[in-house]
Design a protein around this ligand. Sequence first.
Ligand code: NAD
Length: 251
Amino acid sequence: MTGTETIIGRARRLLQHSRRAVVFTGAGISTESGIPDFRSPGGLWSRLRPIDFQEFLASDDARRLAWQRKFELDDAVGAVQPNAGHLAVARLVAAGRVSHVITQNIDGLHQASGVPAERVIELHGNGTYAVCLTCRARYTLADIRARFDADGAAPQCHCGGWIKSGTVSFGQAMPAFAMRAAEAAALACDLCIVVGSSLQVYPAAGFPELAQRHGAGLLIVNREPTPRDGIADVVLHGEAGSLLAALTADV
Ligand code: NAD
């Protein structure tokens, strides 16, 4: 038996002893679907200074730039599908082993992999649609793009509000309902499985800490070391897809 198999065996035992696990995901679970993460070297987004929420509200130029970047990024990434990591998480949810998936991701791939929407807690919103900041009306990206391509103006809602991608920008309030749901899930779980997160973006990264402080086990699956590795019960370093497939092989 190799060292890696021993560690996977320990991770499996942790999972087997859990009655109510929560999965916490970051950009790293989606890199194998072709979506670059934020902090890996050379990541597509790391070269672009983010447009924060106050800038978006204050300036037409910032709103136009935000939409231009959004469409360019979507084009660069292309159509995406869930990968082996998302599918393994979906199996854990379907088997009743995982109550919720708390995600920092905005790509909708957990839902696309078959996790029911009510079990996915999106802390940073969802970039697969657009929302009016005033009346909360939802728009499809195709609709917004057609308008943007036609006149190059930042789109406005019929109510007069600004339309923004459904994601939470830097400087924008965290979604209250998702934050409450994540807190409840973190407090209720007996195991938190972190997948593909640098655990550096707060307040999101506080949920695995909260779970652990209230007695839950902590399993981290990540390509690179994270600041919480030293206090985790088991750490698996490597690619999320193959590690989660191995971890859930008997589920
Ligand atoms: P991050 O970029 O800070 O960290 C990603 C982590 O995943 C890194 O530590 C990296 O080593 C690891 N990783 C990369 N590929 C991996 C793989 N195949 N297997 C295992 N680990 C892998 O991501 P974060 O912690 O989610 O924070 C970044 C913020 O940017 C998030 O809040 C998120 O909203 C946003 N974001 C979202 C997406 C998305 O929706 N897919 C993509 C990029 C950024």
